[in-house]
Write a protein that binds this ligand. Sequence first.
Ligand SMILES: [Zn+2]
Length: 174
Amino acid sequence: MSWDGWRGRARGQSCIDRRLGSRCAASKGTRALPDQIPTSWQPVRAKLPPPWPLPSLGRAIGRGLACRCPACGQTRLFQGYLTVTPVCAECGAPLGLARADDAPPYFTILVVGHLVVPLMFLVDRSYTPALWVMSAIFLPLTLVLSLALLRPIKGGTVGLMLKLDMLKAPDGPP
Ligand SMILES: [Zn+2]
């Protein structure tokens, strides 16, 4: 209890705690002590920046496409073919929390389909090869393109998710 609070109580006022004491002191024109400054009880809603570096969106996606850490670009993003490194050893970015799920296959199908199908129509219209020739060309081409693009597209997706803070909660469901 501060001196103003004691004084207010001695005068019969209802200063039962420091905040009320401060209000009484302010109403009486007396000086408020530093610890009697009214405190805002609103929850803190300001989003704190993450401890790892956060580059621009284009740079984060570009680093991911190059299969590097989207945050710092110093370490490798993948441990194997598609397994994302859980935490970047250089900057500490939680790369494993960016669960891309089926977005990379979707984007890969989108890209490969838009490359292979027009090319297939073009070759068919121009040369009209036999069906087995078309199959011998375009089935392996589709397979190779899909396997080659899936990894960088997953890296770009992880970069996008890291930049947009689309990370799974560390203690959330798998
Ligand atoms: Zn990093």
